[in-house]
Design a protein around this ligand. Structure first.
Ligand code: SAH
Ligand code: SF4
Length: 345
């Protein structure tokens, strides 16, 4: 039987499980405070009887991440981490400094099964979902390593967050629980390739987080070339879901648009995009694509970017070209796109 991730359990549920085993309810609070302090081994929970520590270790596990490698940018101090999980799998995360504080880009899965043709992670397929506590542990590990407090999050690392829906939702709750890292929903953005049914489920939560949608193309034909998910939901269906999300939550949706040389960066694409987004409470981020080995894509020229940007602006669309941090450590390569909405541009 798989061991239960004890750190992701809400305290009342942990209390219930313990009392069902005949363990006094007050032990739940003691265990929780060890977990909140970052203890990853039951043997270190000094105020628990030895027999209980052993019993817990047999039935539960405490997910953790450890720094396997890190790269620090000499240009701006951005840190890219390679974290090892308890089972040896590796994930990436990036810590960025902005004038208002630190923002961290987190992974939500090991690999991804969405298969976007320009994406490094998409080429490997899905290895496994991350547990809620493994997402939290990325923040705890970076805070300890860098000696800073993270004040905003982007779920834009490896994986498709809405394809790991329940664990990501639990993680988002944990962030703001007592003893948690306390990063408000307004300082969190979640990036998705556009799983329309899951966007609807997210909307029902009525949270103030920013929905960021990887659009990358103004029409179905082009989007289907780049993103297999576009065969399941059309651009129109996706945009309709985004409008409903913006109307229901009052939060403007952010669209990511990768500028791929000769593929998605023409003036005609820009005009089509402007027409489709007219009247939508949104913001567009243009990202020069990062060339990934084994893919034919190259980044657009600066002139193309300017022209595309101008057409969107003339069409009344809010647009910025993503600012590059950590260029010397490839912090922005393949997966680890960084965000920090308020600071773009
Ligand atoms: N799966 C989610 C979040 C992780 S990917 C999503 O797709 O939105 C994070 C962002 O990086 C997405 O906007 C994705 O489209 C973008 N991305 C992936 N590979 C890229 C590349 N080679 N160049 C530029 N952006 C890329
Ligand atoms: Fe998965 Fe996002 Fe990469 Fe697409 S871009 S393969 S959804 S991680």
């Amino acid at each position: 039987m798989d061991k239960i991730d004890i750190k992701s359990l809400p305290t009342p549920q942990l209390r219930e499980q313990l009392t069902a085993k005949g363990i006094p309810a007050f032990r739940a609070g003691q265990i929780r405070s060890w977990l909140d302090r970052g203890v990853t081994d039951f043997s270190q929970m000094g105020n628990l009887p030895l027999s209980l520590r052993e019993q817990l270790a047999n039935e539960y596990m405490i997910p953790s991440v450890t720094v396997q490698k890190k790269w620090v940018s000499a240009l701006d101090g951005t840190i890219k981490y390679l974290f090892a999980l308890s089972d040896g799998e590796l994930i990436e995360s990036v810590l960025m400094q902005y004038h208002h504080g630190y923002s961290q880009c987190l992974s939500t899965q090991v690999g991804c099964r969405m298969g976007c043709t320009f994406c490094a992670t998409g080429q490997e397929g899905l290895v496994r979902n991350l547990l809620p506590a493994e997402m939290l542990a990325q923040i705890e590990a970076a805070q300890v390593d860098a000696g800073v407090r993270v004040s905003s999050l982007v779920l834009m690392g490896m994986g498709e967050p809405l394809d790991n829906f329940d664990n990501v939702m639990r993680f988002l709750e944990m962030v703001n629980e007592e003893g948690g890292v306390q990063i408000g929903m307004r300082h969190i953005s979640l990036s998705t390739c556009g799983l329309v049914d899951q966007i609807e489920r997210l909307q029902e939560k009525n949270w103030q987080l920013t929905l960021s949608v990887s659009l990358h193309a103004p029409n179905d034909e082009l989007r289907q070339q780049l993103m297999p998910i576009a065969k399941k939901w059309s651009v129109d269906e996706l945009l309709a879901a985004c409008r409903r999300y913006a109307d229901a939550t009052g939060r403007r949706v952010s669209f990511e648009y990768a500028m791929v040389d000769g593929v998605s960066d023409s003036d005609a694409c820009a005009r089509e995009l402007a027409a489709k987004l007219r009247g939508t409470l949104c913001h567009v981020n243009l990202i020069p694509v990062n060339p990934v080995k084994g893919t034919p894509y190259r980044r657009s020229h600066a002139k193309r970017l300017e022209s595309f940007c101008r057409i969107l602006q003339q069409g009344g669309v809010n647009v910025t070209v993503r600012r590059t941090l950590g260029a010397d450590i490839e912090a922005s390569c393949g997966q680890l796109r960084r965000h920090a909405l308020e600071n773009n541009g």
